[in-house]
Design a protein around this ligand. Sequence first.
Ligand SMILES: NC(=O)c1ccc[n+]([C@@H]2O[C@H](COP(=O)([O-])OP(=O)(O)OC[C@H]3O[C@@H](n4cnc5c(N)ncnc54)[C@H](OP(=O)(O)O)[C@@H]3O)[C@@H](O)[C@H]2O)c1
Length: 327
Amino acid sequence: MRNIKWGVVGLGNIAQKFAEDLALVPEAVLWAVASSDIERAEEFAQKHNVTYHYNTYLALFEDPNVEVVYIASLHPDHVPMALQALQHGKAVLCEKPLGVNAKQVQELLDLAQSRTLFLMEALWTRFNPAFEQTLQLIEEDALGPLRYINATFSFNGLDRSLDSRLFNPTKAGGALLDIGIYPLFLAYQLLGMPKDIKASAVLTPRGVDLQLGFVLTYDTAQAILYASFSHDEDMRATICGEKGEIYLPSRWHETDQLHLMQSGKKTTRNCPVTGRGYYHEIIEVHNCLISGQVESKKWTWKNSLELSQLMDQIRQQCGIVYPGETI
Ligand SMILES: NC(=O)c1ccc[n+]([C@@H]2O[C@H](COP(=O)([O-])OP(=O)(O)OC[C@H]3O[C@@H](n4cnc5c(N)ncnc54)[C@H](OP(=O)(O)O)[C@@H]3O)[C@@H](O)[C@H]2O)c1
């Protein structure tokens, strides 16, 4: 396989972890990084052995050697930065959520389509071995018709400042876009688009969701989902069918194990994760680029768009609107 040269923009917490997993992929070259802060870029480049570092994102997008850009910036910057990267002919892997709302996501997909360029939302759980194994078991009808999903994602972020990306509405803060997207993804991926959603949230005084619960109803199934920044919890996921259940242990979105229950008998399957788990989405990007695919078959453009439409609906019901936005 040929080498693939990556650029990374927005050098915060997740970019550090991503760079560590990128180093585990022999064909991946971390060619350039860019930050709004040149010292952060220098430090990052030194730590991760990066060839070039820039103090503007544009300089990275203009680097002809960069083939694919990983966007790890704040939520409202995802679409503007991804648009700019695509306009410079780059393939793009963009952190979740792909856009703040479905309108933004559609604009991005339109550009990727018209330029015939690869674009994927970094919904890394989709590529993790335990989730792949879950899909396979469902495909093999190990559970029978699915009836019920329960998944949560919470951590105590109450010590973060009101200006942090968790709580600041101008940074599209709130639990849904940041972590509620994971349980929503699970239900959407396994059950599809629901016929009904009921959502309710506890909002901060500035109107972002501190914690929220949402129920998705289908013709013959329901998903009960929850996300919160206000407490820690043991994050597990339960997937029940008429013939069996899968339990994804804590923390389910990155677990390396699953428990299958059939006729009262429990079996455990180990699903080893490489690195922190970002490795697996990186491999998917490489496979797509090598085979000339503009979108992943595992997490498609339609999937990202529908997920953002569901988040729009949930936000509408909870009254979560970001400054300058109409959804
Ligand atoms: N996949 C995962 O497991 C995972 C985990 C955590 C977060 N995420 C996602 O990754 C993205 C970034 O999250 P993070 O936790 O890495 O955030 P973070 O540590 O706060 O870093 C975000 C980066 O955004 C840029 N930025 C631009 N304006 C900023 C401002 N006013 N304040 C702070 N930063 C600003 C900075 O990049 P510069 O270097 O350019 O200044 C900063 O380093 C989000 O979309 C989040 O949802 C994903």
